[in-house]
Design a protein. Structure first.
Length: 365
């Protein structure tokens, strides 16, 4: 009986890391978005209140999902993936347009971003496919099968959101890498991936323009955000100007609460605060890796690996964009940037990882 009770324990360290990131994100969002909220909506807490509501829903979702048997979710993965395809198609026709892109579906007073749902749908679907072909995962046909299965959702999402399409492709590559013991075949995937990106970049002129802006941001009007973000990082120094004391968030960094929030963190908390945040993300990724290692079966291991890959890719790409290491992609910083749909499904993913931890062979203390 005691063994059964022990088996039901969730990973407390994982929970604490997630809560730490969520609370830090809310504090930084309130600090970063107060000016924009006051100017646009005459309410300095406008963005904070919306994010707080989404976070509350997300924490409820995390708890409920953590109590589910993850095998049931994998069983329904084809239906979940089909729903993601339907929603990603629907947004092209009935989606709300914002900054030239249709990424949201209106649900009364709320809006929903199907691409965030697509990430978790892809993880579950690829786990489902891999589990049913586990004896043939070292075959090149398995890799082709996975990539073909990904193409519809990547194509639909990539039409308006190339950055999310790249994340979905990255999740697929990571899961194939874990399931497939042969490394040489990944050369082919790399070549195919480069070809895919080249085609997508060539389809829209603004994507090629982003490359030019990245190389010489000072020569383009659209490079203003990047330059102001770098000013924010530089002015923060080692220990920052103090929480709430940023100057760049006062209209200099456009929509600072979104993709560029890391630059304001660097300005207010300095290199020390930014490094601490990166360290917490590193601990979260490590804990997901530990959970995957101790998972009771292949499904649990692949679920945690997919979540780990999603988290790592998104954190690395966001920080790389803010520091102008790569072209601007519009990727948010997990748990920190403003975005209700994003935080809701991220917390749902954490619930999935906690579900795996509850069923593992060697529960955490």
């Amino acid at each position: 009986m005691s063994g059964e009770k022990k088996k039901e324990k969730s990973d407390i360290i994982l929970v604490m890391l997630v809560l730490a990131l969520v609370l830090f994100g809310l504090v930084m969002l309130l600090s970063t978005s107060a000016y924009n909220g006051r100017v646009k909506f005459h309410d300095s807490a406008y963005y904070f209140k919306k994010q707080l509501f989404a976070t509350a829903l997300g924490l409820m979702a995390m708890y409920l999902v953590s109590r589910l048997d993850y095998h049931r979710l994998v069983f329904f993965a084809p239906a979940i993936y089909a729903l993601a395809l339907i929603l990603s198609t629907a947004v092209l026709f009935i989606g709300q347009e914002y900054n030239g892109s249709k990424r949201w579906i209106a649900l009364g007073p709320l809006s929903f971003q199907p691409s965030e749902f697509a990430k978790i749908a892809v993880i579950l679907f690829l786990v489902w496919v891999t589990e049913r072909t586990r004896r043939r995962t070292d075959s090149i046909w398995f890799m082709i099968k996975i990539m073909v299965a990904l193409l519809p959702i990547v194509g639909l999402v990539g039409t308006n959101n190339l950055s999310t399409a790249v994340i979905i492709l990255g999740i697929g590559v990571i899961l194939i890498f874990v399931a497939n013991p042969k490394y040489l075949q990944f050369v082919g995937i790399g070549i195919a991936g480069v070809g895919f990106l080249a085609v997508f970049l060539a389809m829209e002129s603004y994507r090629l323009e982003r490359l030019a802006v990245w190389r010489e941001p000072e020569n383009y009007e659209k490079g203003f955000q990047t330059i102001q973000g770098l000013y924010a990082i530089g002015s923060g120094g080692v220990f920052g100007t103090g929480l709430g004391s940023s100057m760049q968030k006062l209209g200099f960094v456009p929509e600072a609460q979104n993709d560029m929030i890391f630059s304001i963190i660097c300005e207010e908390l300095g290199l020390a605060g930014a490094s601490l945040l990166i360290a917490v993300f590193g601990l979260l990724i490590w804990r997901l890796m530990v959970t995957a290692t101790h998972a009771p079966d292949l499904e649990g291991a692949l679920i945690c690996t997919g979540i780990l890959g999603h988290m790592a890719i998104q954190v690395i790409l966001n920080i790389a964009v803010v520091t102008n290491t790569i072209p601007n992609t519009g990727i948010t910083l997990p748990f920190i940037s403003y975005g209700g749909t994003s935080v809701l499904f991220l917390l749902g993913e954490m619930g999935l990882a906690l579900s795996v931890s509850r069923h593992q062979k060697h529960p955490f203390a």
